[in-house]
Design a protein around this ligand. Structure first.
Ligand code: AMP
Length: 149
């Protein structure tokens, strides 16, 4: 068992290229910082995703928005203030602390980050959005390598 695990580790660390796993930006559901919360909620519900990236006008990564962040920002003292869906923008509710990675990062780095995040945003050094890397695709690659032996 140990030699098998060592072989898997060596192969993953030497061959695995995260670029092949990236879902490109044009296939990623996203919203813009200035969109009303209502629009973000519609995109989240229609896409079925829990959270999606938020981009600025220049297609740079600004944050993440999720259904739970939107619900939090609608919460008044005793009830939900639904007017805020139209009044507030994504900027007011988004989380700016986004798990991100460069496209040439190592597989090991992507694996470590994905332990705590269902997906990572891939950006270049200017914060331009390239796509996302999901924990599913990382686990899929590990499974593929494991079953090749
Ligand atoms: P999955 O591994 O497909 O379950 O995706 C995990 C998470 O990654 C989803 O809940 C979304 O938050 C995000 N995600 C995956 N694919 C997309 C996509 N095409 N557009 C936007 N977000 C995505």
């Amino acid at each position: 068992m140990i030699p098998l695990l060592n072989a898997l580790k060596d192969r993953l660390l030497s061959d695995a290229d995260i670029k092949t796993l990236i879902i490109p930006a044009d296939k990623v559901a996203h919203v813009q910082v200035g969109n009303p919360l209502e629009h973000a909620l519609l995109v989240l519900i229609k896409s079925g995703y829990t959270a999606i990236p938020v981009l600025d006008e220049s297609f740079r990564l600004s944050g993440l928005i999720s259904k739970s962040l939107i619900l939090d920002s609608l919460l008044g003292v005793e009830n939900f203030e639904m007017d805020r869906l139209a009044e507030q923008s994504v900027r007011d509710a988004m989380n700016e602390d986004v798990p991100r990675i460069l496209p040439d990062a190592t597989f090991s780095k992507a694996l470590s980050l994905s332990i705590n995040h269902p997906f990572l945003c891939v950006v270049d050094q200017h914060r331009s959005f390239i796509g996302i890397l999901t924990r599913r695709s990382i686990l899929g690659l590990i499974s593929k390598y494991l079953h090749q032996h």
